[in-house]
Design a protein around this ligand. Structure first.
Ligand code: C2E
Ligand code: MG
Ligand code: MG
Ligand code: MG
Length: 288
């Protein structure tokens, strides 16, 4: 009986695996088509200063509008895109589209807003990354100072000297570098110190229950202290509650991003709700 069960389990397991790889292959094909047929779109999530709640930037987040399946979230296709290498052309599209969007907003008369773009490890390893970033800036006409590239601690898997060289080249272009999902990976203080990092994004898993979980509270506090001692800016992700925003402010985290301030929005929605005409921005900064 046990033998029989074992056999059944085994059969179930293999057919399951076949299902998974079949599904993967189909999705890879579809993702390739999605890229070619403009089924991808970018949403932009506002980031704000925690005290004044003024917009300080947006993060570009890719969405896949599948003709039959509707919206597919990046969590469901970015890992596959990384595995297959499709992330490289996909990431190029994201970067160019985000830079063009920034300039489109400016042409519509809005003041400049910082644009954060996610880079995966595979993209970071791509030899043409620096060239691509330079190209996207040049072709769109966007000033490098408004572009922020988000990398994760998993780049620590790549050769140290390579990472340092690439980060320096990117910094030379004038873009800034943020570490995304900070606290979930393996970077040590000394590792961080050797790179020119501009910002740490405190991972949402610590922020979510900040007010009720003492361990997460301590971690957030420690990350903020680390950021302050390294002299990098700090932003907390996944801020869903007002009380989290208040606590982060008390702890000394300057910026927040999360559903409490705003969900990711379409480019049009960002313009309508958050962007101010250039003249008004100028008056505001003159008055301050
Ligand atoms: P991420 O870069 O850490 O982006 C933050 C994610 O948290 C986004 O999910 C965002 O919608 C979500 N989020 C923001 N505020 C809240 C909140 O208050 N509560 C909760 N529960 N979630 C919040 P999204 O858009 O599904 O993206 C997931 C991940 O996919 C991103 O995590 C990023 O790692 C990756 N990704 C998205 N777009 C791109 C892209 O263009 N290129 C690459 N390489 N990766 C991308
Ligand atoms: Mg990100
Ligand atoms: Mg994150
Ligand atoms: Mg993430």
């Amino acid at each position: 009986r046990a033998k029989e069960e074992g056999k059944n389990t085994y059969q179930f397991y293999t057919s399951d695996l076949n299902d998974i790889s079949r599904k993967k292959m189909m999705m890879e094909k579809e993702l390739f088509r999605a890229l070619e047929q403009n089924e991808l779109t970018l949403y932009y999530q506002p980031q704000c200063q925690v005290g004044e709640l003024t917009l300080t930037g947006v993060e570009a987040l890719v969405r896949w509008q599948h003709p039959e399946q509707g919206f597919i979230s990046p969590g469901d296709f970015i890992p596959l895109a990384e595995e297959t290498g499709l992330i490289v052309p996909l990431g190029e599209w994201v970067l160019r589209t985000a830079c063009e969007r920034h300039m489109q907003w400016r042409r519509e008369g809005f003041g400049p807003v910082k644009m954060a773009v996610n880079l995966s490890v595979r993209q970071f390893k791509d030899e043409r990354l620096v060239e691509l970033v330079a190209d996207a800036l040049r072709e769109s006409g966007m000033e490098a100072a408004y572009l922020e590239l988000e990398i994760t601690e998993s780049i620590a898997m790549i050769d140290f000297d390579y990472v340092r060289a690439k980060l320096n080249q990117l910094k030379e272009l004038g873009v800034s570098i943020a570490i995304d999902d900070f606290g979930t990976g393996y970077s040590s203080l000394s590792y961080l110190k050797k790179f020119s990092i501009d910002k740490l994004k405190i991972d949402q898993s610590f922020v979510r229950d900040l007010t009720t979980n003492e361990v997460n509270y301590s971690i957030v506090k420690a990350i903020i202290a680390m950021g302050q001692s390294l002299n990098v800016s700090l932003i907390a992700e996944g801020v869903e509650e007002e009380e989290h925003a208040h606590m982060l402010r008390e702890l000394g985290c300057e910026h927040i991003q999360g559903y409490w301030f705003s969900r990711p929005l379409t480019a049009e929605q960002v313009g309508e709700r958050f962007l101010k005409p250039q003249e008004v921005m100028q008056e505001l900064s003159d008055a301050n």
